[in-house]
Design a protein around this ligand. Sequence first.
Ligand SMILES: CC(C)(COP(=O)(O)OP(=O)(O)OC[C@H]1O[C@@H](n2cnc3c(N)ncnc32)[C@H](O)[C@@H]1OP(=O)(O)O)[C@@H](O)C(=O)NCCC(=O)NCCS
Length: 183
Amino acid sequence: MILKTKRLILRPWEESDAEDLYKYASNPDVGPIAGWPVHTSVDNSREIIKGVLSAPETYAIVLKAKGHPVGSIGLMLGKASNIGIPNTEGEIGYWIGVPYWGQGLTPEAVHEIMRYGFEELNLEKMWCGYFDGNEKSKRVQEKCGFHYHHTSKNVPCALEGVLRTEHITCFTKEEWEANKNNK
Ligand SMILES: CC(C)(COP(=O)(O)OP(=O)(O)OC[C@H]1O[C@@H](n2cnc3c(N)ncnc32)[C@H](O)[C@@H]1OP(=O)(O)O)[C@@H](O)C(=O)NCCC(=O)NCCS
């Protein structure tokens, strides 16, 4: 699946993206706050593309103006999510390279995944989460209309031995429809 917005193309990751992925995912301000380790080499990034970013509904965020990936966004449906949701619901996760922060690009990608999830996959509810203290990610979720649902403590993440407090937010299909009708 390829999705498009004004400034972005969301398309599956390819092994040939490894160098671009490494450029952004090797920055320690990106992975650890989201719960995954800094990429250590282009080969490491290639392995992550093959083993992690090849999961269903996982998209490279490609900036149309640049033509290469600058971030990633994924929709984890049902059991693919760790928060315990049915197949009719999905959890969105995302990150974007530091040079591209603050341009509203992630909310633009999240909004398109919401449209795709509600209107094409017919999902009933979408979820997001952010680890305690990640105010930037909290803002993305607020700006996309997600609202607080609950907090989970001692959540394991892809950083070995690290347990975090995670705040979970959600947004329903009814809310999506209501927002559309108000526009
Ligand atoms: C969280 C993240 C995806 C936000 O992406 P983005 O495309 O910059 O989103 P926005 O442009 O909407 O900015 C969101 C907020 O980040 C903050 N922000 C933006 N640019 C910033 C910068 N250069 N430095 C510090 N904070 C910044 C602002 O508070 C902004 O909110 P505002 O629009 O109300 O001012 C991005 O910062 C990121 O990838 N962070 C590391 C990984 C991560 O946390 N992923 C989410 C895991 S839950």
